[in-house]
Design a protein around this ligand. Structure first.
Ligand SMILES: CC(C)(COP(=O)(O)OP(=O)(O)OC[C@H]1O[C@@H](n2cnc3c(N)ncnc32)[C@H](O)[C@@H]1OP(=O)(O)O)[C@@H](O)C(=O)NCCC(=O)NCCS
Length: 178
């Protein structure tokens, strides 16, 4: 595999099954795995990595389903997927991750925010993920707290109301110490 080139491209309909299998092989949100939102990484024609930009009905977007096949990890594939996904992106993006991973996303400008400062649909996914973690804990699996990160276009640091959050004053700019 080391000799094979890694290609990152937009997913096609034919990738749907492989995306679902890869994401569901990890304890990630199994819902909303729609190929049009995904980028995939391939080597030798096989999908070894995926990431998506979830588009919520409240207008918010969430980077999610980041996964790389076990045998392909530690080679920068996840970083390439995120680089490609965010290359031309100028709109706010949120993501949910376990607390120890917060620092891994700072290179793309993500910062931890208070849960209540996130859009409703992102908060809902955070709540669902946290409940799954609590169930895992009860089943004696290690539990790490989930947190919400936000990436905003440069220069947008003033507190303002988000147009993407219908009917709710959304206080932005509320950072918490990571
Ligand atoms: C997390 C994951 C996608 C990283 O894939 P990868 O191709 O090995 O990542 P890269 O080689 O691009 O390295 C990313 C960097 O972030 C670090 N990192 C650790 N955990 C991470 C995480 N959960 N998310 C992102 N980055 C993470 C890596 O150690 C690495 O740091 P370095 O550049 O200082 O060495 C992969 O381990 C995976 O699929 N894990 C299971 C699913 C998962 O936890 N997804 C993330 C949900 S938020």
């Amino acid at each position: 595999m080391d000799q094979l080139a890694i290609v990152v491209r937009r997913a096609t309909e034919r990738d749907q099954q492989a995306i679902r299998a890869l994401v569901r092989s990890e304890r990630l949100n199994p819902n909303g795995l729609n190929w049009p939102n995904f980028l995939v990484a391939l080597t030798g024609g096989s999908i070894i990595g995926a990431v998506q930009m979830r588009k919520h009905t409240d207008g918010s977007r969430e980077l999610g389903s980041l996964v790389v096949a076990k045998e392909a990890r530690g080679r920068g594939i996840a970083s390439r997927l995120i680089d490609t996904l965010l290359a031309e992106d100028r709109e706010p993006v949120w993501l949910i991750t376990a607390e120890p991973n917060v620092g891994a996303y700072s290179r793309w400008g993500f910062e931890q925010i208070e849960t209540r400062a996130a859009p409703a649909k992102v908060r809902r996914n955070h709540l669902m993920g946290s409940l799954v973690r609590i169930i895992s804990f009860v089943m004696r699996r290690p539990m790490r707290r989930l947190v919400i990160l936000e990436r905003r276009p440069a220069g947008e640091w003033t507190r303002r109301t988000s147009a993407s959050c219908h009917g709710r004053e959304h206080a932005r700019g509320k950072r918490v110490a990571a």
